[in-house]
Design a protein around this ligand. Structure first.
Ligand SMILES: [Fe+2]
Length: 495
């Protein structure tokens, strides 16, 4: 359709950038004059030509590059522009045009040149933004941080039927259409769920302020799914159809390259980023290829089923890719942004205790292969970054979690949710037990927020940021605790 026929503003869902490489970054937007309608208020077929520009300053006096890009109906009128030939380690501003309409301005940053000396990196770690459980206040604060990139490690949407009465949001300013009151199953359902989340001004601000590197967890498809196996054991063919719809909507709505575009129910989301010689990021997908959870999905006693060495959380191909990447790595820090808790968490102080069968605790052989591979490759500075559980944790990764004196092989920072779980509390009911049962657990906090990570040649530092609540908008942010781990001497210390 001709751009001049767009009589309503199509830029209702903001702009985004992501997957920064040396001199290259993906720019994203979606045209949706009516975001809460199937199709967004645009025709079901065709394409719109979208103008774009990228510049050194937000006034766009002399754009360094500009052009047009197609937003096809087949991609729900989304744009995934892979801009190349940019400077390395450079801040840029970008925007889009259609007819009389201009998008908000986004700010992004390319990655440093391969092998470049990088003095420091600052990253945000965020996850779990259930729309109906609270405002995205933490993302408004994240937008104002000075960051190289945001790592978002899953549960960008939730597939639940939204109960507007029970939810934490006040919908009086923008009534919630009835379409959100059922579970997401179809492509239209998933697309609408992204539109709902992306209509939030705080989420738009966080995307417009920094490039994002994303991976998913379960709720982008279905709670606790494992590969082809749905939570309620739906017929596999039926679930693969649902997964294909969910993956397609995910790709459409994230600042990802063509290489990640799904083929039916398959999408290669694990990928690697280098920030000069300072850090290598191996972004994992721990949902698509995993064995089914042992002993059900919840907390249960480990046994022969969970300890079966044939079980995998990553799948064989991704595991090989990860271990090969360890061997090839020359970076000071090896960072693994991923979904589910890596360190052991017992929920009693007894020797035999239940563990989360959905986390790495339910796949101990898989965890041991990753740790053994890291050790064989001489990876001394391993940092695992996690989401999923809606609380902050800081934990030492132990060679043997049953022996507190065994070597510390790295550190894990688990970031709490943006809004999932409503306001939260500093010390949840199980706080005394969890901290006593797991001596490698150095910090636990149950508020909403995100983690600020700073890396340099000497140390990694995590600032656990929390807001006082998400039931009402506008809560202030503060730092609940800060930890460091030194390069060459892994182990958490209070900063
Ligand atoms: Fe979550």
């Amino acid at each position: 359709m001709a751009p001049q026929t767009l009589t309503e503003n199509p830029f209702t869902l903001g702009v985004a950038s992501g997957d920064p490489l040396p001199g290259s970054v993906v720019l994203w937007t979606r045209l949706a004059p009516r975001p809460y309608q199937v199709g967004g208020g645009l025709p079901p077929t065709g394409s719109v030509s979208v103008g774009w520009e990228i510049a050194d300053d937000d006034r766009f006096g002399t754009p360094v590059q500009s052009g047009t890009v197609a937003a096809p109906a087949a991609d729900n009128y989304t744009v995934h522009l892979d801009v190349r030939g940019l400077e390395t380690a450079h801040v840029y501003y970008y925007r889009f045009h259609v007819g009389q309409w201009t998008s908000p301005v986004g700010r992004t940053r390319t990655a440093p040149a391969a092998g470049a000396a990088v003095s420091g990196l600052r990253l945000g770690l965020a996850s779990c933004q259930q729309y109906d459980e609270g405002y995205y206040t933490a993302l408004a604060h994240l937008a104002r941080e000075d960051l190289d990139a945001v790592l978002f490690v899953g549960d960008y949407i939730y597939e639940n039927a939204i109960n507007a009465q029970a939810g934490a949001r006040r919908y009086t300013d923008r009534p919630l259409p009835a379409v959100f009151n059922h579970w997401t199953v179809t492509l239209d359902d998933y697309r609408l769920r992204y539109a709902l989340g992306k209509s939030d001004p705080d989420l738009q601000a966080a995307h417009a302020s920094h490039p994002w590197i994303v991976t998913w967890d379960d709720h982008e498809v279905e709670n606790n799914y494992a590969g082809d196996i749905s939570q309620h054991n739906d017929p596999v063919a039926q679930f693969r159809k649902r997964r294909a719809a969910a993956y397609r909507a995910y790709w459409e709505n994230m600042p990802l390259r063509e290489a990640q575009r799904p083929k039916g129910p398959d999408m290669i989301l694990y990928r690697r980023f280098q920030y000069g010689g300072l850090a290598q990021f191996d972004v994992l997908d721990t949902r698509q290829y995993r064995s089914d959870q042992a002993y059900g999905n919840g907390w249960n006693y480990p046994g022969p089923e969970s300890e079966n060495p044939a079980r995998t959380l990553t799948g064989a191909a991704q595991e090989r890719w990860l271990l090969d990447g360890f061997h090839a790595s020359t970076a000071t820090w090896n960072v693994i942004p991923q979904q589910v808790v890596f360190c052991r968490r017992k929920n009693t102080t007894a020797a035999r205790s239940r563990l989360s069968m959905d986390a790495w605790d339910g796949y101990p052989a898989s965890r041991q292969r990753v740790l053994a591979g890291a050790q064989q490759a001489g990876i001394g500075n391993l940092v695992v970054l996690t989401g999923d559980v809606h609380v902050h944790y800081a934990m030492d990764i132990k060679k043997d979690f049953n022996k507190p004196a065994s070597p510390t092989l790295g550190v894990e920072f688990v970031g709490t949710s943006i809004s999932s779980g409503f306001d939260g509390v500093d010390k949840p009911a199980d706080w005394p037990t969890m901290t006593a049962a797991n001596p490698h657990m150095k910090f636990y906090n149950g508020r909403r927020g995100y983690v600020l990570l700073s890396l340099d040649a000497q140390r990694v530092r995590a600032d656990f940021r929390t807001v006082t609540g998400v039931r009402n908008p506008g809560a202030p942010i503060s730092t609940a605790a800060s930890f460091v781990s030194e390069a060459g001497n892994p182990g958490l210390k209070r900063a």
